[in-house]
Design a protein around this ligand. Structure first.
Ligand code: SAH
Ligand code: MG
Length: 213
């Protein structure tokens, strides 16, 4: 947690609780320790999607399909979502959940390593949500940038990684490599020509990168 607990719980108390499948998946994730987007990040995604109205979304890191379903429910029925997951158990569960949510005509789960799948995807996207192995964001980014339309945005989740990215005092030794890679990533996307980035300290840290040309 990167914010004071009282701030986080206050903000969370403002949102009406999800119902139906999203609520079920939140409970499942809690019970099985699956790292789905925090409630306030879910809310940020919803607002961004409603402003941006993407026609095609790409997600890296499906898990049980929670964020994919959330994104589907915040976009037009014509919006297509492609999502990549390397864990076969997760792919199986996600596909079941997506079917149950009646979004299987819009959400396609690609099974495999993102590094490989990103290389063969051909379509362009307006909105990309990066939520997978944090140590690989820099690698993912260059492939994602190629798949991003002008005017599109890339959202990266968990970029402040429990606050460790912002302070050496918090870094535990075995996370040093990931933290260093995330720092490199944030520096890179914040200084990239033709892109505009901001970092928002909610959830586990979220960055938004806009492609200008
Ligand atoms: N976006 C989901 C949570 C994703 S959790 C949600 O908010 O509901 C991160 C997922 O990314 C995990 O299921 C993990 O298996 C997957 N992942 C991590 N690195 C990956 C990679 N290199 N390629 C494909 N999937 C990856
Ligand atoms: Mg995440």
């Amino acid at each position: 947690m990167i914010n004071e607990e009282y701030v986080e719980s206050y903000i969370r108390s403002l949102f009406p609780p999800h119902e139906g499948i999203l609520k079920e998946l939140e409970e499942y994730a809690l019970e099985h320790n699956i790292p789905i987007v925090e409630r306030e990040v879910a809310q940020l995604l919803k607002v961004l999607l409603k402003i941006h109205k993407p026609k095609r979304i790409l997600e890296v890191g499906t898990a049980i399909g929670y964020s994919a379903i959330l994104m589907a429910s915040s976009t037009e029925d014509s919006c297509i979502i492609d999502t990549i997951e390397r864990n076969d158990d997760m792919v199986y569960i996600a596909r079941q959940n997506i079917k149950k949510a009646a979004y299987d005509h819009r959400i396609k789960v690609f099974y495999g390593e993102a590094q490989e799948i990103l290389k063969y995807l051909k379509a362009k996207y307006d909105f990309i949500f990066l939520d997978a192995a944090k140590g690989q964001y820099l690698d993912f980014f260059s492939d994602c940038a190629k798949l991003l339309n002008i005017g599109g945005i890339i959202i990266s989740d968990n970029v402040l990684y429990k606050g460790m990215v912002a302070s050496d005092k918090l870094v535990v030794r075995r996370k040093k490599t990931i933290v260093n890679r995330l720092r490199k990533y944030l520096k890179y996307i914040n200084n990239l020509e033709n892109f505009e980035t901001c970092v928002i300290p909610i959830g586990d840290g979220v960055s938004i990168t806009y492609r200008e040309e």
